[in-house]
Structures are given as structure tokens and as C-alpha cells.
Design a protein around this ligand. Structure first.
Ligand code: MN
Length: 232
């Protein structure tokens, strides 16, 4: 038998100490800061956690220029704390969850908001709104040995230097332990999985040429520029 074509190599995310973290899957928690849930028209007090998934290949490193995607006129930034998993587990207890974490990074969950909201209203999947090419920019992954488990501190996003999102990690409704426990009820977590933990209030649209920077206290920034639409 002949393998018909070459399988893609895994996406390798850079760590702060010079290693490569092979990305396996991406889980994204929705509406995990109360003020953002409200700006999206939802009552955070009434919601159980939920998540959606994105392909690993949507990860791009900080410093990248990301193409403005097709089929949208409302391409949004979402600044997020990202958890990198390096130990497998199913039905992980919250008390054990942090033992499955390799480290933490800043990230962006870039979103075709118009398509996401249309899908939401029609009860359709969010794939075209969320699982967008180059939509998961990621800063350096800092090992737990270096940064511990950040549960408070500034999370901030600027566009062309202007502050658009400015919150604290202690405002997460479902913290890192909770989200690991929750996702692992549905899927066996595997080394290489990333969990994007949700975005604070202040989401908004970007246009070609905009420079986005996500900063989280104690972690490296994640910075990207919005480029021209892809035409390849
Ligand atoms: Mn998000």
C-alpha cells in the first residue's frame, strides 16, 4: 500500500523555555465572564458552562499576520487565557485538574461574529463563525514550573494601542479547574489539547491593518496584525 499524500505535521506551539508543544485539539469555553455574557444578550447566572471546538490548524503564533476571512463583515477579537494540557484524563475531578496542566498562554479566539450570531439565532452549529482559518493566535506557552497557575491578574487587549478589553482573571465564572473537569466529562483530554477559557467584555470588530495585542499578567503577549483576505 502507498500512502496517497503526506499527512500534515502537527502544529507546534512554542514554549517560553524553547520547547515545542504539539497541538492536538482546541476546546473553547463560551461566555465565561459575566459582563461579556451580558453584552452577548445572555444572563450569566442562569447558564451552565458550555464549549465548542476548533481545529488545531487554526493556531498561529504571536507575531503572525492573519488573513481577514471571507464571508464576514464583522470579524471580532476575543482575548483569552489558554490552558495547555499535557496529561490525559477522563472525568477529571476539579481537585485533580491542575495536575493535567503543562502551562498557560495568552490567546485570541477570532470570530466571524455575524455568522456566529446568525447560527445562534437559527439553532445551527457555530463552526463557520468560530472554526475559522488562523483564528486561534497563541502566545508562548509558559510552563507551570515558571508561572504557577494564574487565577488572578490583568487580562487586557488593545487594538492599535487603544484598550478594548480590560478585566481580571479572577472574574472567570468557571475557573481553570472547573473547565478542565467539565470538558473531560465529554472528551478524554489528551496531551496537546488547548482550552481557551473565554473572553471578557469589550469584544469588537477589526479591519485590515489593525494591530491586536493581548496581555495577561505574568505571560508573554500575543500580538497579531489583520492582513488582506486570503486568495490562494
Ligand atoms: Mn471565545
Amino acid at each position: 500500500m502507498t500512502q496517497l499524500f503526506e499527512a500534515p505535521a502537527p502544529v507546534l506551539a512554542a514554549t517560553s523555555d524553547g520547547n515545542q508543544f504539539p497541538v492536538r485539539r482546541i476546546f473553547c469555553i463560551g461566555r465565561n465572564y459575566a459582563a461579556h455574557a451580558r453584552e452577548m444578550g445572555r444572563d450569566p447566572d442562569r447558564e451552565a458552562p458550555f464549549f465548542f471546538t476548533k481545529w488545531a490548524e487554526t493556531v498561529v503564533p504571536s507575531g503572525a499576520t492573519i488573513a481577514y476571512p471571507g464571508e464576514t463583515a464583522n470579524f471580532h477579537y476575543e482575548a483569552e487565557l489558554v490552558v495547555a494540557i499535557d496529561k490525559p484524563g477522563r472525568n477529571i475531578a476539579a481537585a485533580d485538574a491542575l495536575g493535567h496542566v503543562y502551562g498557560y498562554a495568552t490567546g485570541l479566539d477570532m470570530t466571524r461574529r455575524d455568522l456566529q450570531l446568525e447560527a445562534r439565532e437559527k439553532g445551527r452549529p457555530w463552526d463557520t463563525g468560530k472554526n475559522v482559518e488562523q483564528s486561534s493566535p497563541l502566545g508562548l506557552i509558559h510552563p507551570v514550573a515558571e508561572v504557577g497557575h494564574p487565577d488572578s491578574g490583568s487580562i487586557r487587549l488593545t487594538v492599535n494601542g487603544a484598550v478594548k478589553q480590560d478585566a481580571d482573571l479572577n472574574e472567570l465564572i468557571w475557573d481553570v479547574q472547573d473547565v478542565i473537569a467539565y470538558v473531560s466529562r465529554f472528551y478524554r483530554l489528551e496531551p496537546g489539547d488547548l482550552i481557551y477559557t473565554g473572553t471578557p467584555a469589550g469584544v469588537g470588530a477589526v479591519v485590515q491593518g489593525d494591530a491586536i495585542v493581548v496581555s495577561i499578567a505574568g505571560l508573554s503577549d500575543c500580538a497579531v496584525t489583520v492582513g488582506a483576505p486570503a486568495n490562494d
